[in-house]
Design a protein around this ligand. Structure first.
Ligand SMILES: [Zn+2]
Length: 271
C-alpha cells in the first residue's frame, strides 16, 4: 500500500539539480572509478530517477578517469553531457564544467554551449584535484564574469567560507549554488549566516546532511525556502532517499515547490 509520502511525490515537479551523467564511453556510468554501483545504460539511469519521482535532472559530469581536470578531459566531460542529453532528451538539462584558471579556453566553450546547446547551468565545479584557491584565481574570475553576464548559475563544491565570500563580493549578481559545503551539523549555522549576508548564495545540502533529522527544516527556517535547491548527488547517492528526506522534513507545499523546482527555474530561466 502506498504511504502518504509516495502519494505526495506524484503531485510534485521535482528537478534534481545535482546529478552526474556518465562519460559517453559507457564504461563508467557512475563517472567515478571504484564505485560499487554501475548503471548499465542511459535508459536505466533515467528509469532509476523517474522511479524515484524525479521529473527532470541537471548537473555536469565530474571527475574523469585518473581525476585530472585537463583541458582535454573537461572538453570530453562536456561533450559527454551533451551526448547524454541527446540520448535521453529533455529529461536531462545539460550542464558543463570549466577548466579552473583557464579563461582562454573555458570562456569560448561556455559561450558555445550557452548559445548553441542551451546550457544554463555550470557545475558542480569540483576542485579536489587542485587547490581550492584555484576557485579564486584571476583566470577563474574571468570565467565567473562571463557566467554572471550570461546569468548562468554556478554550482561550486567548496568547503572554504573565505573563498566563497570572495567570489560573492567580486560577483554580486552571479548566482552561486553551494554543493557539499556543509560538512557537519555543527557547521551549518555559519553557512546559513554566510548565505544571508551574501544575497547571491543558494544551498544544495549534501545527502550526509539531508538525512540528519531536523537539519533541512533548520536550513529553511534560517535562510528561507527560496534559497534552498534540491539536489541528490545521483548516482553517488540515492535520489529517492534525498527526496524522502525533504518530504519528511515538515515543510509546507509552497516550500516544497520552491525547493524542488521553482528556485531552479528562476535561477536558470528554464520553464
Ligand atoms: Zn556531486
Amino acid at each position: 500500500m502506498a504511504n502518504s509520502l509516495d502519494l505526495k511525490v506524484n503531485t510534485l515537479e521535482i528537478i534534481d539539480s545535482h546529478i552526474h551523467p556518465p562519460l559517453s564511453n559507457g564504461r563508467n556510468f557512475s563517472s567515478l572509478p571504484g564505485d560499487v554501483m554501475q548503471i548499465e545504460s542511459p535508459q536505466a539511469y533515467v528509469d532509476h530517477l523517474k522511479q524515484a519521482g524525479v521529473t527532470r535532472c541537471c548537473g555536469s559530469v565530474i571527475r574523469p578517469p585518473k581525476g585530472e581536470y585537463t583541458l582535454a578531459s573537461v572538453a570530453r566531460m562536456n561533450q559527454s553531457a551533451l551526448e547524454f542529453h541527446h540520448k535521453v532528451g529533455d529529461f536531462y538539462i545539460p550542464a558543463i564544467q570549466f577548466k579552473l584558471g583557464d579563461p582562454d579556453n573555458s570562456c569560448p566553450e561556455l559561450e558555445h554551449y550557452y548559445h548553441k546547446e542551451g546550457v544554463r547551468w555550470i557545475g558542480e565545479i569540483f576542485s579536489r584535484s587542485v587547490s581550492q584557491k584555484t576557485l579564486v584565481s584571476p583566470g577563474t574570475f574571468e570565467i565567473y564574469g562571463l557566467a554572471q553576464r550570461l546569468k548562468v548559475p554556478v554550482s561550486i563544491h567548496c568547503t572554504d567560507k573565505d573563498i566563497i565570500w570572495k567570489i560573492c563580493r567580486e560577483f554580486p549578481r552571479l548566482n552561486i549554488v553551494l554543493s557539499h559545503s556543509v560538512k557537519t551539523p555543527g557547521d551549518i549555522g555559519a553557512w546559513l549566516q554566510l548565505i544571508n549576508d551574501a544575497g547571491n548564495l543558494y544551498l544544495d545540502l549534501p545527502p550526509s546532511m539531508t538525512s540528519r533529522y531536523g537539519l533541512i527544516k533548520m536550513a529553511v527556517e534560517g535562510i528561507g525556502s527560496h534559497k534552498v535547491i534540491f539536489g541528490s548527488g545521483f548516482p553517488l547517492r540515492c535520489s529517492q532517499s534525498a527526496i524522502g528526506s525533504y518530504l519528511a522534513a515538515g515543510l509546507n507545499d509552497s516550500q516544497l515547490e520552491a525547493i524542488f523546482s521553482l528556485n531552479f527555474k528562476r535561477l536558470t530561466g528554464i520553464t
